[in-house]
Design a protein around this ligand. Structure first.
Ligand code: PXP
Length: 237
């Protein structure tokens, strides 16, 4: 059965809009698990714009399912990962000005460093995943570097503007998922998936897990609106 990893970064983004303490991504993670999530995903960015070090360490203590830490392959993040010991690390690219992770990690450059990153994480019993574009060179290199998983970037599919492009991107995801499996890699996918476009991706047999954040948090906010307003009215009247 395909697994769902819920990304709670967007709860922290909302909290940071007021630099206060709510909503709490840890509370969101607990509720996501109660809803059946198979794992919790969070991205500790270099600029700490949403998830903070404290969130990560509390998530490590509270998450009962599977904690997947997204991070850039840097010395600073390596130290944190090795001290927190998430179940999985997903290596992602990071550019400061981006709104969210924009493209996959290019694993074909800086391979000596990448190899060291992967082997150090694995030596600490952390499962390593590479967030990459659905591209054969990225997949082959990920396998060569010793990664356990690849997470295929579904953003190109999700943001495709016409039907031909949608079909083309979906086909790419299908064939690259199959290629990764053949090389012995586990396969997950994510980015930009929502309640409409997820259906076809979830049908791809080799994909074991989908990591979804924005669409779930967006839906959660609206589904909770009516109750939240009623609760406030009860208080003030
Ligand atoms: N997977 C990775 C590697 C990501 O960086 C993100 C975005 O943080 C996601 C999945 C989830 O994307 P979205 O929030 O668009 O569902």
């Amino acid at each position: 059965m395909i697994r769902l990893g819920v990304n709670v970064d967007h709860i922290a983004t909302l909290r940071e809009a007021r630099k206060g303490n709510e909503p709490d991504p840890v509370a969101a993670a607990v509720l996501a698990e109660m809803g059946g999530a198979d794992g919790i995903v969070c991205h500790l960015r270099e600029d700490r714009r949403h998830i903070k070090d404290r969130d990560l360490s509390i998530l490590r203590q509270v998450v009962k399912t599977h904690l997947n830490m997204e991070m850039a392959p840097t010395d600073e993040m390596m130290k944190i990962a090795i001290s927190v010991l998430p179940d999985m690390v997903t290596l992602v690219p990071e550019r400061r000005q981006e709104v969210t992770t924009e493209g996959g990690l290019d694993v074909t450059t800086n391979t000596a460093y990448m190899e060291e990153v992967v082997s150090t994480l694995r030596a600490n019993n952390i499962v390593v995943s590479m967030f990459i574009d659905p591209d054969i060179y990225q997949i082959k290199t990920s396998a060569r570097l010793g990664a356990d998983y690849v997470e295929l970037h579904t953003g190109y599919y999700a943001h495709a503007e016409d039907l031909n492009k949608v079909v083309e991107e979906l086909e790419k995801l299908r064939s690259m998922a199959a290629a990764a499996t053949k090389l012995g890699l586990g396969v997950s996918a994510g980015h930009g998936l929502n309640y409409q476009n997820v259906i076809e991706v979830a049908k791809i047999e080799q994909i074991e897990e989908l990591n979804i954040g924005h669409s779930i948090i967006s839906r959660a906010v609206l589904l909770g609106m009516e109750t939240a307003v009623r609760d406030m009215i009860k208080l003030i009247r």
